[in-house]
Structure formats: structure tokens, C-alpha cells
Ligand binder design. Structure first.
Ligand code: IMP
Ligand code: MG
Length: 205
């Protein structure tokens, strides 16, 4: 009896330990689509450091407002701001453009611009990805109306291979092919944001 209990306990403990070791990514997926790593966490960290140095150089002696476009740019903003050695404050707006099916652009909604005070300030808008550029075009146009001292954009990813990209960001950390990607803030139907690297989602509808 004692032996049986001991065996069961051992199996249970081993299972829990093994599950904890299963790589995040294969484990958190609610969809049966393969994930193929495109940009590793190390590569993201490395480029964020480089981008931070570039901003420190370009904004030397200035105070900046980082404006995060939620929710996609949440992790990018967090990691970049911790790296940048400049006097900086943080604002955010919310943008959403995808409908129910997850990958096809729907109507773009922008929320929260009325709450940001950027008049006469140096503003750097941070977004996760510039795909068609529609979101950035709209965000930048709305912010411009508030008369900032300067207004620039930085995106983590740019699908600049698109022949019809409406907007070209001032800074882009990675140029990528026209594939649907998730992770590090980017979602498919709100999932996968909590992956720490960027993956190509092996399916899009
Ligand atoms: P755009 O307006 O077409 O440039 O799309 C920009 C927004 O769509 C981004 O801020 C993302 O939220 C979303 N988006 C575009 N491409 C992807 C992708 O590959 N994965 C996840 N979200 C994407
Ligand atoms: Mg977005």
C-alpha cells in the first residue's frame, strides 16, 4: 500500500516538473496551427539596445514622450523604455483594427487620444507592427492636430516588402516579409501576446 502511494506521488511530481519544463509557445497555443520562430528573444533584446542608443543620440538634451499604441506595443514599449537613457514620460492610446477572424483588417478604432497632452512636446509613437500603414497614418494625423514640437514613429516590425504600404515609420527595428506574426505583444484573436519571441503563425484566415 505504502509502495503504491509512493509510486503515485513520484509519477505526479515528475509530471508536474516535466510540464513546467515544456517550452512556452508549444504549450500556450489554443489553436492547432504551427508556430515558427522568426525573431528570437535575444535578437529582440539586442535590437532594442541599438534602438535605444539611436534615440539617445537623436534626442540628446531633449525630453521625450513615448506614446504606446496599445495593446500590441505594450511589451516593446516596456523593454525599450527601460533601456533609453533620456528624460522620458509615457502615454498611450488604444488602436484596434482586426475583426472577429483575427487577421483581416476591419474598421480602425482609436481611443484615448483625448487624454494625451503632447502640445509642444517631442513625441515618439511606438507600435508593434506597420503592416498596410493605415493605423500609423491615422494615429500620426490625429496626434499632429495636437501640435507636438516633433512627432516621430518607431515600430518593432515593418512589413515594408508590401508594395502598398501607406506609411513609412521613422524607425523600424526589423523589416519582415508579409507573413502573419504573433508573440511579444502581437496577437491572433487576442492570444499569443505572452510569447517572449516573435513567431510566424502557420495559418491565417
Ligand atoms: P496596419 O494598419 O495594416 O499597418 O496594421 C497595423 C496593426 O494591425 C498593427 O498595429 C497590429 O496590431 C495589426 N497587425 C498587422 N500585422 C499583424 C501581424 O502580422 N500580426 C499581428 N498583428 C498584426
Ligand atoms: Mg496594433
Amino acid at each position: 500500500m505504502k509502495m503504491k502511494l509512493f509510486a503515485i506521488l513520484t509519477i505526479l511530481t515528475t509530471t508536474v516538473m516535466l510540464q513546467a519544463q515544456i517550452k512556452k509557445g508549444s504549450d500556450i497555443s489554443p489553436f492547432p496551427y504551427p508556430l515558427e520562430m522568426l525573431v528570437s528573444k535575444d535578437k529582440i533584446d539586442e535590437r532594442i539596445k541599438e534602438a535605444a542608443r539611436e534615440l539617445e543620440n537623436d534626442y540628446q538634451g531633449k525630453e521625450v514622450i513615448f506614446l504606446c499604441v496599445m495593446k500590441g506595443a505594450l511589451f516593446f514599449t516596456s523593454d525599450l523604455l527601460k533601456e533609453v537613457n533620456l528624460p522620458a514620460t509615457l502615454e498611450y492610446v488604444r488602436a484596434s483594427s482586426y475583426g472577429e477572424n483575427g487577421t483581416v483588417s476591419g474598421k480602425l478604432t482609436l481611443k484615448g487620444i483625448e487624454n494625451v497632452n503632447i502640445t509642444d512636446k517631442h513625441v515618439i509613437v511606438l507600435d508593434d507592427i506597420c503592416d498596410t500603414g493605415k493605423t500609423m497614418t491615422k494615429v500620426m494625423a490625429e496626434l499632429k492636430k495636437l501640435h507636438p514640437a516633433s512627432l516621430k514613429s518607431m515600430v518593432l516590425l515593418s512589413k515594408n516588402v508590401r508594395s502598398k504600404q501607406d506609411y513609412h515609420p521613422d524607425y523600424a527595428l526589423f523589416d519582415i516579409q508579409n507573413r502573419f506574426v504573433v508573440g511579444y505583444g502581437l496577437d491572433y484573436k487576442e492570444y499569443y501576446r505572452n510569447l517572449d519571441a516573435i513567431y510566424i503563425l502557420g495559418y491565417s484566415d
